[in-house]
Design a protein around this ligand. Structure first.
Ligand code: ATP
Ligand code: MG
Length: 422
């Protein structure tokens, strides 16, 4: 992609409307645009990042054997009455449809997926099953001042699993934890993301949140030293739970846990038969007896993950995208002025593309070198390659990794043969 053709431009000024760090950076760099609090457009660079995160999530859910579906955002009141959640979910967007019919915009999809799967699950032979979707969700959040971290319209992957019994659910749930860890690792958040015990509601003792540590986080978690495990703020009061979670627990041990701020990037729950009971859905076991179907639900917000990466991995110069989520892999900056050099730089662009490397090519004329390099830092692709009359005189390019301070001059051929890393 040539920067001269890209529809967006970077901005020097950060928007005053949205004060969160992730929104400021993403708006300045032209990845997203704010329509109103908690509601964003994804622009070409931003949509690539979001799609990359969703691709990673999709791949890891497929490993679990879950099958992708797409359910409606627009939902009738009746299904929400059936689970008694029409008046209980405070963030539910309610609206009137034709004929004055009460409708909701889906904040989550247990009410849709449970009767849907009930139509296909009759006996134990039909279980276990898991389905997921990646979809736009709506929540009327009272505060939406954290950029992509808390949207009123946002992206969610929600997966639902169906089992004959608790043991089968437990087994799938453990595999889901591993799949989630893979997602965060591939999104560059692996070292910072803690599997966090949270209270589980009626049907299981605990649920698990995936919490990414950052001073900008809204949540507080307590980390077990030298592990990727933490306990969230509500559960830290529960001595019985502490005794189960902390090895060799003695009264007061929780004081040695490290208190940290974090962003919840995922949340998984064992739902038991809360929803299958509400919709009267059972299965027949091998003897033909009716059994309860137990469910798990597993959420990740790809747009919140994108905001978290922007928030946590950026530096004072701008965004820093990990390889697998970056919109392009190489930011090729031309500082060439005369025709011969410009055409050499165009050749490098073509060659990289032929090698299957995705390139954002700053081919703009009449822009100062400093501004071009500043834009490269702000946009934050993993690799920057600068080509100028000076480097071309030596048949070389200047290479710098985004997270590195040092640039190196590399012969063009060496650069190509090294897979364009060095
Ligand atoms: P929170 O505690 O942050 O309000 P939640 O516990 O209500 O979130 P879930 O219903 O479990 O969230 O949703 C699953 C995932 O969807 C969350 O872990 C988060 O990654 C994402 N998510 C939830 N609400 C939002 C939102 N308003 N904007 C962006 N992502 C969200
Ligand atoms: Mg939560």
């Amino acid at each position: 992609m040539k920067l001269s053709a890209l529809v967006t431009k970077t901005a020097k000024e950060s928007s005053k409307a949205d004060v969160s760090r992730n929104a400021q950076l993403l708006i300045r760099a032209g990845f997203v645009d704010q329509l109103m609090a908690g509601v964003y457009s994804y622009l070409p660079l931003g949509l690539k990042v979001l799609s990359n995160i969703e691709r990673i999530v999709r791949e890891e859910m497929e490993v679990l054997g879950a099958q992708e579906i797409l359910m409606p955002a627009l939902q009738p009141r009746e299904i929400w009455d059936q689970t008694e959640r029409w008046d209980k979910v405070d963030v539910l967007f309610k609206l009137k449809g034709a004929g004055d019919r009460d409708l909701a915009l889906g904040p989550t999809h247990e009410e849709v997926v449970t009767p849907l799967m009930g139509r296909f699950i009759q006996s134990y032979r039909d279980l276990p099953k898991a389905v997921y979707q990646i979809q736009t969700k709506f929540r009327n959040e009272p505060r939406a001042k954290s950029g992509l971290l808390r949207g009123r319209e946002f992206r969610m992957k929600d997966m639902y699993s169906f089992h004959t019994d608790q043991a089968d659910l437990d087994q799938f749930y453990e595999l889901a934890i591993e799949a989630y860890k893979n997602v965060y690792r591939r999104c560059g958040l692996g070292d910072l993301t803690l599997v966090t015990y949270a209270s589980g509601g009626v049907f299981s003792k605990y649920s698990h949140e995936f919490q990414t540590i950052t001073p900008y986080g809204e949540d507080i978690v307590y980390r077990l030293p030298d592990t990727d495990i933490a306990i969230n703020k509500e559960i830290i009061e529960d001595k019985e739970a502490l005794a189960e979670i902390i090895p060799n627990y003695k009264d007061g041990d929780e004081k040695s846990l490290e208190e940290m701020k974090a962003i919840e990037v995922g949340n998984i729950f064992k739902l038991g038969s809360r929803f299958t009971d509400a919709f009267g859905i059972n299965y027949a076991d091998a003897e033909g007896q009716q059994g309860k179907i137990v469910m798990g639900c597993y959420g990740i917000g790809p747009s919140r993950v994108m905001g978290t990466i922007a928030e946590v991995l950026s530096d004072d110069k701008g965004l820093v995208w990990p390889d697998e989520v970056a919109p392009y892999h190489v930011h090729l900056v031309s500082l060439c002025r005369d025709e011969a050099d410009i055409s050499k730089c165009n050749e490098i662009y073509d060659t990289l593309q032929k090698m299957g490397i995705s390139v954002l090519y700053d081919d703009r004329s009449g822009i100062q070198a400093g501004a071009k390099l500043g834009d490269a830092d702000l946009i934050g692709l993993p690799r920057r390659v600068v080509v100028s009359s000076r480097t071309l005189a030596e048949n070389s390019v200047e290479f710098k990794a985004r997270y590195d301070d040092m640039a190196v001059i590399t012969p063009i051929e060496t650069f190509y043969s090294g897979g364009c890393t060095r």
